[in-house]
Design a protein around this ligand. Structure first.
Ligand code: ASP
Length: 482
């Protein structure tokens, strides 16, 4: 009887802990069945307008996600960078930032190589290929790269929230100039209505550094951004709770819209496999190599010690929620707490390799589905935006889906296109969170091993500083006794 009670209790707590995932799965399965039934009973002749009506609740869900991007991104980046404790040791801080940057760039490049090689979205008929003309701007590769740099330095921070700068080549009326090729055509800079996420992230980083430098004076502003970031996280988690419903309608509409259901499953499966392969290769390949280069040791023993942390990351799909366990485990593994408390919280906020890899793969996958040709310039633009998006993503479930919307802008696709990957996102989220957390932990271990000298010097300095204070205390005590 007791055993039965315990089992029932465990079952209840399992359901409570995984309720969001269970509801999302119900949303995906329910949406698919609804789509199939509607297709079968109505002969599949649904107009674009009718599909739009069906997807309407899902569209509202996507609008909510989009609304969160700017405040969530700005506040979390400013708060994380602004509260970097550089007083610990500049060398330790630089080591951590160098590690974070190197691993994120490697993750994006790996994702890009895999998606371009495996090409999960290529083949069959393009899914509503009417986007093709929209993205043709007749630009040269160097124009796209220059646009990228231009957008990193927005001339107006308010405008950056609503517009991105884009170069357009003007189709010449003069036949001779036309024949000379695009190199000789006139170009125009236009502002396209889409959030300039690169500009916002670069501004937030600089602003955060300035706040950090101001020290005590900036405390109140940092507290403001800290509270703002936490409030935005709460709102995001509310919106994420609506996701099962949004997913239900979006998936049902997608199944209705698609020409071949088997094609959808096949391509989505290949996309899923590409992200998973990328995460695995990054986690056990790239990170191991970087770790080996840094400390001349293989990290597998450390990874084995992290099993509890990794399982929690997979279970919660949240780097932030896993953080207490991460810190506790790292302490138990004997890391210097000063390093752990510096590296892990920043990592959980801005270092998300799994998310960066996923964003790059997903954006290119969707471009492939739509049959949109990607120039070299555009590919670089996706890489840079995916990096920025992973920095800006919060450490909560499915935050990557929020910032995914911005990466799609870069490829010239509307945010509604996330509909293509939404059915499997809840599961991929768990895998990418595991890699995000693993990368933070290996980083902490590496920085700890590399910083033995500095940490020792800091301890000595602390002791030296403490001595006059202690002497003062002792002399005060002696005085009071006399
Ligand atoms: N859930 C991820 C994390 O917390 C973020 C993401 O959605 O990619 O690390």
């Amino acid at each position: 009887m007791d055993k039965q009670k315990i089992m029932a209790k465990e079952k209840k707590s399992f359901i409570r802990r995984n309720l969001l995932t269970i509801l999302t799965i119900i949303g995906v399965v329910g949406g698919t069945i609804t789509g199939i039934v509607l297709r079968a009973t109505t002969g599949g002749h649904w107009s674009k307008r009718e599909v739009m009506y069906l997807a309407f609740p899902g569209e509202i869900f996507l609008r909510m996600l989009k609304c969160l991007i700017i405040p969530l991104l700005m506040s979390s980046v400013i708060q994380a960078i602004g509260s970097l404790d550089l007083s610990l040791s500049k060398k330790i801080a630089i080591r951590s930032i160098a590690y974070y940057s190197a691993t994120t760039v490697c993750a994006v490049i790996l994702g890009m190589i895999l998606v371009v090689t495996i090409r999960p979205g290529v083949g069959g008929t393009p899914w509503s290929g009417d986007e093709t003309e929209k993205v043709t701007r007749h630009v040269l590769t160097q124009d796209t790269l220059l646009d990228l740099i231009r957008n990193l330095f927005p001339p107006n921070i308010v405008q950056a929230c609503v517009a991105q700068s884009q170069t357009f080549l003007v189709d010449p009326t003069n036949a001779t100039v036309k024949a000379m090729g695009p190199e000789h055509w006139k170009f125009e800079e236009k502002y396209e209505p889409m959030t300039n996420v690169l500009g916002l992230v670069s501004f937030a980083i600089i602003f955060g550094i300035a706040l950090g430098k101001l020290g005590e004076k900036a405390k109140i502003l940092l507290e403001f951004f800290d509270a703002l970031s936490e409030a935005m996280m709460i709102i995001t988690s509310w919106v994420i709770w609506i996701s099962p419903l949004g997913v239900y309608f979006l998936v049902a509409a997608k199944v209705l819209e698609i020409e071949s259901f088997a094609d959808l499953i096949g391509r989505l499966g290949l996309y899923f496999f590409t992200v998973l392969l990328g995460l695995f290769l990054h986690g056990f390949g790239t990170l191991s190599i970087l770790y080996f280069i840094g400390v001349r040791k293989l990290p597998f023993k450390v990874i084995a010690q992290l099993s509890q942390v990794l399982v929690t990351a997979f279970g919660t799909a949240s780097s932030s929620a896993t953080m207490p366990i991460t810190i506790q485990t790292m302490d138990r593994m004997g890391l210097d707490p000063r390093v752990t408390r510096f590296v892990i919280p920043i990592g959980a906020t801005i270092n998300m390799d799994g998310t960066a890899l996923y964003e790059a793969v997903a954006a290119i996958f969707i471009a492939q589905l739509r049959n949109i040709p990607l120039t070299f310039g555009k590919t670089v633009a996706v890489c840079v935006t995916a990096t920025a998006a992973s920095i800006g993503a919060a450490g909560i479930p499915q935050a990557g889906l929020v910032t995914m919307v911005m990466v799609l802008d870069t490829v010239g696709l509307p945010s509604e296109e996330v509909i293509n990957i939404i059915a499997v996102d809840w599961l991929l989220d768990r895998f990418r969170t595991t890699i995000n957390v693993m990368c933070d932990c290996l980083g902490a271990r590496m920085v700890d091993l590399l910083s033995v000298g500095e940490l020792g010097a800091l301890t000595e300095a602390d002791k030296l500083n403490a001595e006059p204070q202690e002497l003062l205390e002792i002399s005060k005590e002696v005085d009071s006794r006399m």
